[in-house]
Design a protein around this ligand. Structure first.
Ligand SMILES: C[S@@+](CC[C@H](N)C(=O)[O-])C[C@H]1O[C@@H](n2cnc3c(N)ncnc32)[C@H](O)[C@@H]1O
Length: 226
């Protein structure tokens, strides 16, 4: 992945996941269809092709809650497959049919296949039968339009159990114009999570951030108190 990132940087004179790359500019003019087109054309520089390392570390340290786990904007679903087990049922949600088709294909022979599912739906309108103990957001908050962030906070509340938890990997925290990915700060998350009763229990630099994301990515855990 690091090689892929470096290559993108040098050939396109852009940063990782930089949608200003000429190839993607037109693609992203129309929102939902644009994500589908990115997946269709294989223009997915955000996709690590592996589970998120820091999430694996939390899994190994057994600090991830059990129960129902949601990954909104799950893309190819690596984090969904990696964290599912008989005690943790994971739902991967993405509104791109192509992303979910890819996720289902990748997971076809997974031994834990009964412990997760992939759903094609819009995070902002989806109505699940059951809500969640844990929600993991990585490269989703930064992918949505900043004017949608308040709605994101409301959805986090609606989709969480009263004692639920959210884990956010906050990236890119460095200065940049436009997006996606739109730049984020701890204050941006606090602004939309505090009104819904989520309080941070930990905010740390993510030492396991991949490639050029290192140094501009933070891990936060938020507990719902209201
Ligand atoms: C930048 S990608 C990140 C994918 C994955 N989290 C990863 O790190 O590889 C953002 C994903 O969010 C999905 N997405 C964007 N807006 C969405 C929405 N409103 N509802 C569901 N999925 C959405 C896109 O289709 C895309 O797959």
């Amino acid at each position: 992945m690091e090689q892929k990132i470096e290559k993108e940087n040098h050939t396109n004179n852009s940063t990782i996941f930089d949608f200003k790359v000429e190839k993607m500019q037109g693609i992203l003019d129309e929102y939902a269809g644009s994500w589908d087109k990115c997946w269709e054309q294989g223009v997915t520089p955000w996709d690590l092709d592996q589970p998120t390392p820091v999430l694996l570390q939390l899994l190994e340290k057994e600090t991830l809650p059990k129960g129902r786990f949601l990954v909104p904007g799950c893309g190819a679903g690596h984090d969904v497959i990696a964290t599912a087990n008989p005690e943790r049922y994971v739902v991967g949600l993405d509104f791109s049919e192509i992303a979910i088709t890819k996720a289902r294909k990748i997971s076809l022979s997974a031994p834990n296949a009964k412990c997760f599912e992939f759903i094609v739906a819009d995070f902002f309108t989806w109505r699940p039968n059951e809500i969640f103990d844990l929600i993991f957001d990585y490269t989703f908050f930064c992918a949505i339009e900043p004017r949608m962030r308040a709605a994101w906070g409301k959805r986090m509340h609606e989709l969480s159990k009263p004692d639920g938890e959210i884990i956010t990997l906050m990236w890119p925290t460095n200065d940049r114009d436009g997006g996606p990915p739109f730049k984020v700060s701890v204050a941006d998350y606090e602004e939309v999570l505090h009104p819904w009763g989520f309080k941070a229990t930990c905010i740390i630099d993510n030492e396991l951030a991949v490639g050029l994301r290192r140094g501009c990515e933070k891990l936060a855990r938020w507990k719902r108190c209201l």
